[in-house]
Design a protein around this ligand. Structure first.
Ligand code: ADP
Ligand code: MG
Length: 454
């Protein structure tokens, strides 16, 4: 049951702090145990760096939500550092903070250089469901593990968020580690690479930083689009890449879009990323989603009836992560209340999910408003013309289409002249970010939404 609590917690944090925070920090942390007598939650972090970071940034947030989920006031949180020797004192955080923690500046650089992100043992090929939307990526990932560095180098996997890229990356890493135990495999999310590089500069450890990467046999860089607009990091990365590539070391990347579409990435790096095999992952069709749900339920020791699996898949959630979130809620509810897994139970639990979905709006209502506002016709929006004003209007249209309908990026791409789903995703994220940075645009979008709903 405690597992479900942690899963629920992750879902909440994702909504509150964003999926980046969850992917970067909380995914790597496990809920080790819950001690009701001491009102203490024990968390396990993979290394000192994550341990310190979570402790100093997310203590309040964890206390607030875990207290609520466990229905206990004022819980204490102990974060156990998996890298630390077992006889050392765990760090205590929260209301009963008893032990002093090491100076941040004193411990940071060395742990950063040493840190090896551990592989998630659940993300293996066996637990990955293959269907038409991901079969090429899956086959390429398996091929790479058979002859690392020989066949497809680099391997570049791209696709929307929550579609299984990180799962496949870990599966590659896990498989290579089991087959070739002498190989040094390094999995690193790109944003971690960036932070690490920045601290290396700050603490004068660039040499150690570079040699850490030069000695690996297999390098997996997840979400490589995160190094866009980070010129110095790109420079360092370029050299690391070349050195590994020339000595036939396997390199694998994942990204939310294909290399040429990662904006703010040096051209020479773009072409390096694309010089091996580039494969994509799409949103799986209904049958694959049903198979994934059944597999996930099985991994949680639950038997999910076909009709319930179909029901959850038919909600057309935007990605597998959300699909899994919905499943976890249903499983948790059924086991907490000891009710059988039925459609009506799922309906009840997921009511909120369906309720929160945006009001249904037609694509045509949006393109009409774009026409009124910017005088661009639907044909112009569909065209390949990328002149500045037209591209901007197109981006706004894409944002509104995603935000105000429940249609997928792929649907929007098809509607707008057959554009690739990652192009659409990129435009959507661009406007989403711009809204955050720019109050005028934010107001304008609000007005447009009001107009459409009127
Ligand atoms: P991404 O890195 O593309 O954002 P993840 O790899 O984190 O996505 O996947 C999100 C969740 O969906 C994970 O729990 C993963 O196990 C699951 N998932 C995605 N695709 C599949 C699949 N084909 N089979 C089984 N699980 C999947
Ligand atoms: Mg990922």
């Amino acid at each position: 049951m405690v597992e479900h609590i942690w899963d629920q917690f992750l879902t909440i944090i994702k909504e509150e702090a964003g999926s980046r925070v969850v992917d970067t920090w909380f995914k790597a942390v496990n809920l080790d145990r819950w001690d009701p007598a001491r009102k203490t939650v024990y968390l396990r972090a993979p290394n000192t760096f994550v341990c310190n970071w979570i402790r100093s940034n997310y203590t309040k947030l964890m206390q607030e939500h875990l207290s609520r989920l466990l229905s206990v006031n004022e819980i204490a949180i102990v974060i156990i550092d998996s890298q630390e020797k077992s006889d050392s004192v765990p760090m205590v955080t929260g209301s009963v903070s008893m032990h002093a923690t090491p100076e941040h500046g004193a411990t940071l650089p060395s742990t950063i250089i040493k840190s090896r992100t551990s592989m998630n043992k659940n993300y293996v090929f066996d637990t990955f469901v293959v269907g038409p939307s991901n079969s090429l990526a899956f086959a390429a990932a398996q091929a790479v593990t058979e002859q690392p560095g020989r066949l497809y180098n680099p391997l570049f996997i791209y696709g929307g968020s929550g579609l299984g890229k990180t799962h496949l990356m870990h599966a590659i890493g896990n498989s290579i580690r089991t087959q070739y135990n002498k190989y040094s495999v390094l999995y690193q999310p790109a944003d971690r690479f960036v932070t690490e590089f920045i601290s290396a500069i700050r603490f004068d450890k660039v040499h150690a930083f570079k040699s850490k990467y030069h000695t690996v046999d297999v390098l997996l860089i997840d979400d490589v689009h995160c190094i866009s607009n980070k010129e110095q990091t790109q420079e360092a990365f370029f050299h690391i890449f070349n050195a590994l590539y020339e000595s036939h070391k396997q390199i694998i990347f994942s990204s939310d879009t294909f290399p040429q579409n990662i904006h703010g990435l040096a051209e020479r790096l773009q072409s390096r990323l694309a010089c091996g095999l580039v494969v994509d992952i799409q949103i799986p069709p209904l049958e694959t989603q049903v198979a994934i749900l059944k597999k996930k339920a099985f991994l949680h020791d639950a038997l999910l009836p076909d009709d319930v699996a179909h029901f959850i898949a038919s909600l057309e959630l935007t990605n597998i992560r959300e699909l899994e979130g919905a499943l976890i809620r249903v499983l948790a509810f059924s086991s907490l209340t000891k009710q059988p897994l039925t459609i009506s139970l799922a309906q009840k639990v997921l009511d909120r999910v369906t309720e929160r979905r945006p009001v249904m709006v037609d694509f045509s209502q949006i393109t009409q408003l774009i026409h009124k506002q910017y005088s661009f016709s639907l044909d112009q929006l569909k065209s390949t013309d990328r002149s500045k004003k037209l591209a901007h209007a197109r981006h706004i249209a894409i944002y509104l289409m995603k935000n105000m309908t429940d249609r997928s990026f792929r649907d929007i791409g098809n509607y707008l002249g057959g554009r690739d789903h990652s192009t659409i995703l990129h435009a959507y994220n661009k406007i989403k970010q711009a809204i955050n940075d720019n109050a005028m645009l934010s107001n304008q979008i609000k007005r447009m939404k009001g107009d459409i709903l009127r």
